[in-house]
Write a new protein. Structure first.
Length: 104
């Protein structure tokens, strides 16, 4: 990835945020992480609303990483919103989970 683009990490567990930051450093991934703690905050950031209303919608991340089990709005709903929006649908997304449930 290029260093001029950031990666969005949507993660509610602070330990997993730290683990991801350490993994990025060890892998020498220079892209900065923009961390949001739940699905609502992630969608507000991506769609430039709520507390991110002044953000430039053309400032898109290189990648979105998120847990499927998010508070407030779950990862499936976040992914659906990303793919339905013409401004975000082409952003690469990686969905992570530690769930042992087959439905996940």
């Amino acid at each position: 990835m290029t260093t001029d683009k950031y990666v969005i990490l949507v993660e509610d567990n602070p330990d997993d945020v730290i683990l991801t930051q350490v993994a990025f450093r060890k892998a020498e991934i220079a892209n900065p992480l923009q961390v949001t703690a739940d699905g609502v905050a992630a969608m507000d950031f991506l769609f430039c609303c709520g507390r991110y209303a002044g953000r430039d919608p053309n400032d898109k991340p290189a990648l979105i990483l998120f847990d499927i089990k998010l508070p407030r709005v779950n990862g499936v709903q976040v992914l659906q919103a990303i793919r339905e929006n013409t401004n975000t649908r082409n952003i690469p997304v990686i969905v992570l989970t530690s769930s042992m449930e087959a439905s996940d």
